[in-house]
Ligand binder design. Structure first.
Ligand code: TYD
Ligand code: ZN
Length: 405
């Protein structure tokens, strides 16, 4: 049994996805044969209630000079972060001249909203290429992995911060205690933390097991977040469910007693107990649902193939890597995956080697079926693909096909 990454209690593995490559490791055909794989398993901690990856690749394998993920490519996400910044500024940040810090600020999609208002800010982003994209927009960014040391350096050079926020990053980091110690040093006494990540409750409810991939070390719930931050003197004072990434939760934390705890925190904690997010039995059942979902997906693809239908993938997401490798689905079942990210185009998908092609290809050749891998952008995609007369395939919340409109 492995020790919990948060509290060291032995954890129970409840689902195994077999060997998985780096989810964002889109690879040129000439580099095939040099791919890295790791055994991907998820476990639950009975003590602190954290669902977690049992092992992860080295962080440099994942976040580097050529990290292919640019947040600002999605219009929906641009709007999402504009609203997030408004909420912070109007509801939570008390200082008249605040200083805000973001961990994993990507191409500046969030901090841009502060920079434009002349608010003091700093992004800490380890992937050099996206950090550079942020600086090009005038967003002050350090190319670093945030931790306790970096926090000390920020305080020394810029002073303490009023707010620390991060989106879809915190769940990537196994060394949580160093982050928490860093946050503690960085924040003023009444400073706040706001972060969002895919929500365990949604993953269980919708069997969205594709949220499990190398970068996602933790699957947070209010229970586990309260425990983790509680160990460092912080308290959860509010939460807001989000539609992003197929169902996320935004958590607001402050030092114990510094802010009133909202009714929503209490109600959501009670809901989690009802869902069983604090019990291993729930996750054993989830594992069965995962297998059933995979089997139904593979069966559908094989049936369409036998009927001579053409099936392609829409959006080469990190999430799709889990589904494809777990189901052993290659180009014989999905002809290609179209994606708008130039860095992914012309490469093949990690592990199963399905060609990734520009979106124009999809627009030109109109296949019979398209698997909506970016179901988290469903509204945005269906709105712009009105001209596509073929059918869509989704596996959320269960495997089925549907027509647009
Ligand atoms: P995302 O959905 O954020 O998921 P993940 O974290 O699993 O990678 O990734 C978005 C991917 O989808 C990115 O490669 C760009 C692609 N995409 C399109 O190709 N077309 C679109 O219209 C949208 C919204 C995204
Ligand atoms: Zn634990």
């Amino acid at each position: 049994m492995n020790p919990c990454l948060v509290c060291k209690t032995p954890v129970e593995t409840f689902v195994s996805f077999g060997p998985q490559p780096i989810a964002n490791g889109f690879i040129a055909e000439k580099d095939l044969g040099r791919e890295y794989f790791f055994e991907m398993e998820v476990a639950f901690c009975p003590e602190c209630k954290m669902a977690q990856l049992v092992r992860q690749p080295d962080r440099e394998q994942m976040f580097h000079e050529n990290y292919p993920f640019f947040s600002s490519l999605s219009k929906g996400m641009v709007e999402h972060f504009r609203k997030f910044s408004e909420t912070l500024l109007t509801k939570h940040i008390r200082s008249a001249a605040p200083f805000v810090v973001e961990m994993g600020s990507n191409d500046g999609i969030m901090l841009r909203n502060f920079q434009e208002k002349g608010i003091r800010h700093l992004g800490v982003e380890p992937s050099g290429n996206v950090a550079e994209a942020a600086r090009a927009k005038g967003v002050d960014t350090w190319t670093e992995f945030f931790d306790e040391k970096v926090a000390e350096k920020i305080v020394a050079e810029r002073g303490q911060a009023d707010a620390f926020f991060t989106s879809n990053v915190f769940c990537h980091i196994p060394y949580t205690h160093s982050i928490l110690k860093g946050i503690d040093k960085l924040l003023k006494p009444d400073g706040i933390v706001a972060f969002e990540d895919p929500y365990l409750g949604e993953i269980v409810a919708n069997t969205t097991y594709d949220q499990v991939y190398d970068e996602h070390v933790f699957f947070f719930s209010l229970h586990s977040v309260s425990y983790l931050f509680g160990r460092h003197g912080f308290e959860l004072f509010d939460v807001e469910p989000q539609e992003t990434h197929g169902g996320s939760m935004r958590y607001y934390l402050a030092r114990k007693g510094a802010r009133p705890v909202s009714e929503r925190v209490r109600a959501t904690l009670a809901q989690e107990k009802e869902l069983g997010l604090d019990r291993i039995e729930t996750f054993r059942k989830f594992a069965k649902n995962v297998e059933a979902s995979r089997d139904a997906f593979v069966a559908l693809l094989r049936k369409l193939k036998s009927e001579g239908k053409r099936v392609v993938g829409y959006a080469a997401t990190s999430k799709s890597t889990t589904i494809l490798n777990y189901g052993k689905i290659g180009p014989e079942l999905i002809e290609y995956i179209c994606d708008t990210t130039p860095l992914k185009q012309g490469k093949v998908s990690p592990g199963m080697h399905i060609p990734v092609v520009p979106h124009e290809r999809f627009a030109a050749d109109r296949p019979d079926y398209a698997v909506l891998f970016a179901y988290n952008h469903r509204k945005e995609i269906l709105a712009k693909e009105k001209a596509y007369a073929g059918e869509w395939i989704t596996y959320v919340p269960n495997v089925h096909t549907f027509a647009n409109g």
